[in-house]
Design a protein around this ligand. Structure first.
Ligand code: AMP
Ligand code: MG
Length: 346
C-alpha cells in the first residue's frame, strides 16, 4: 500500500501479512511536515535492512548530505552484521553454537539495554528467545504453530538470567539470543550519531517505525509523528508533536500469520512461549534514545495495558501510548501534556 500524501516526508514500516504471505508491504508510520513557509527539499534514501524498510531523510543539501546518509546506512549494516541471529559469523552465532564469546562493542551495548529491559519488565522482554522465534518462523516462509513439547523444551533452554553479566559466554554453553526487539532502535541511534557527526543539522532515521528525529526542521515547526492505527494500515491512530524524539512501536499487525482465523504474531510471551495475548494491539514508546524505546515497546506489549503503563511511568523521560483490543488508548501522564497528541476522531 502507499501512504497518503501528507505534504511531507514519510516513513515506512514493514509487515508480513498472513493474507499475503511473505510479501513485504509498506504500511505507515508517517512524519508530517508542517508550517506555512516553503521548506527546502530534503535528501531522502530508503534501503531494506534489518528485516524492514529503513528511511533516512535529512535537511541538508548536496554531495556531503548524500555521503552522510550513505555512511549512516553503512553503520546500520555493520550493527546488523554484528548482532543479527540471522547472519552467520558473529558472536550471536558463536554463543548459539556453544563456542563461547566475549561480547564487546555494539553487541555488548545492545545486550546491556536488552538485559536492563528484561530486569525492568520481570522477564517479559527476553533476549534469549531465539529458539522459540525460530520454531514459530513468523516472518519467514515457514511459519507454523509448534507443538506443546517443542515450546516447553525451547522455553527451558531460554531465560535472560542465563546471560553472564560480564558478557563472557563460556564455551560449551549454548544460548540462542535474539536481539531483534532492541537492535533496530540501537541502529537508529547510531545512524543519527553518524549524521550529526557529519554536520547534518536536522533529519529523521526511521527503521520501520523505530524512529528518531533530530535538529530543528526548517520552518521551525515541530516534528509531527503519526502513530499507526493498529486496525487499519492506512490510518493513523493519532499524531504526536515533539522536538527531538525517539519513538518505537510494537504491534500485533507488524508480522504475523493466521491459521483458522487465529492471528499468530511475532512478539512472544516468555511465560507461555506463544504470541503474547496481553490485550494490546500496539505499544508505542517515547524514550531518551531509540534503543530503549524499542526494548520498552516490546516489553510493554507483552505486559499489557496496566503493567505496561506502570513500567513506562516509572522511568524518567519515558512516555507511551498503549492501544488495547477494545480500542482504548492507555497513555502515560506526559502524553497530551509534554507531548501534544491529537487522537484520530472516531
Ligand atoms: P519488536 O518488533 O521490537 O517488538 O521486536 C520483536 C522481535 O523481537 C521479534 O521479531 C523477535 O525477534 C524478538 N522478540 C519476540 N518476542 C520477544 C520478547 N518477549 N522479548 C524480546 N524480544 C522478543
Ligand atoms: Mg522492540
Amino acid at each position: 500500500m502507499m501512504p497518503r500524501n501528507l505534504s511531507g516526508p514519510l516513513a515506512g514500516r514493514s509487515r508480513i501479512s498472513g493474507k499475503t504471505p511473505f510479501l513485504i508491504l509498506i504500511v505507515l508510520t508517517v512524519i508530517l511536515a508542517s508550517g506555512c513557509r516553503r521548506t527546502p527539499e530534503p535528501v531522502r534514501e530508503t534501503r531494506f535492512m534489518m528485516g524492514t524498510l529503513v528511511e533516512i531523510l535529512v535537511y541538508a543539501q548536496g554531495e556531503d548530505a548524500a555521503n552522510a546518509v550513505s555512511r549512516a546506512f553503512s553503520r546500520m549494516a555493520e550493527i546488523e552484521k554484528a548482532t543479527s541471529c540471522r547472519i552467520p559469523g558473529n558472536d550471536v552465532e558463536s554463543v548459539r553454537e556453544g563456542e563461547g564469546a566475549l561480547f564487546s562493542g555494539d553487541a555488548a551495548r545492545i545486550l546491556q539495554t536488552a538485559i536492563s529491559a528484561a530486569v525492568a519488565s520481570s522477564g517479559s522482554f527476553d533476549p534469549t528467545l531465539g529458539e522459540l522465534v525460530d520454531l514459530w518462523g513468523i516472518g519467514t516462509d515457514r511459519p507454523r504453530v509448534p507443538g506443546e513439547v517443542e515450546i516447553r523444551d525451547a522455553l527451558g533452554r531460554s531465560g535472560y538470567q542465563k546471560i553472564p553479566e560480564s558478557g563472557r559466554f563460556p564455551p560449551g554453553e549454548k544460548l540462542w539470543l535474539d536481539l531483534g526487539g532492541v537492535a533496530k532502535g540501537f541502529a537508529v541511534d547510531e545512524a543519527v550519531k553518524v549524521l550529526k557527526d557529519s554536520g547534518v543539522g536536522a533529519g529523521i532515521v526511521d527503521a520501520g517505525g523505530d524512529l528518531r528525529t533530530f535538529g530543528v526542521k526548517p520552518g521551525s515547526s515541530p516534528w509531527k509523528v503519526g502513530v499507526q492505527d493498529p486496525d487499519q494500515s492506512r490510518e493513523l491512530a493519532g499524531i504526536l508533536e515533539a522536538g527531538e524524539i525517539s519513538i518505537a512501536t510494537s504491534g500485533d499487525y507488524q508480522r504475523y500469520f493466521e491459521v483458522e482465523g487465529v492471528r499468530y504474531h511475532h512478539i512472544l510471551d516468555p511465560a507461555t512461549g506463544r504470541p503474547a495475548r496481553s490485550g494490546l494491539k500496539s505499544a508505542t514508546v517515547l524514550a531518551p534514545d531509540c534503543a530503549l524505546a524499542d526494548a520498552l515497546a516490546t516489553a510493554a506489549f507483552v505486559l499489557g495495558p496496566e503493567r505496561g503503563l506502570d513500567l513506562l511511568e516509572k522511568r524518567d523521560g519515558v512516555e507511551g501510548i498503549l492501544i488495547s483490543e477494545d480500542g482504548i488508548y492507555h497513555t502515560t501522564s506526559g502524553i497530551g501534556t509534554r507531548f501534544p497528541f491529537r487522537k484520530k476522531q472516531p
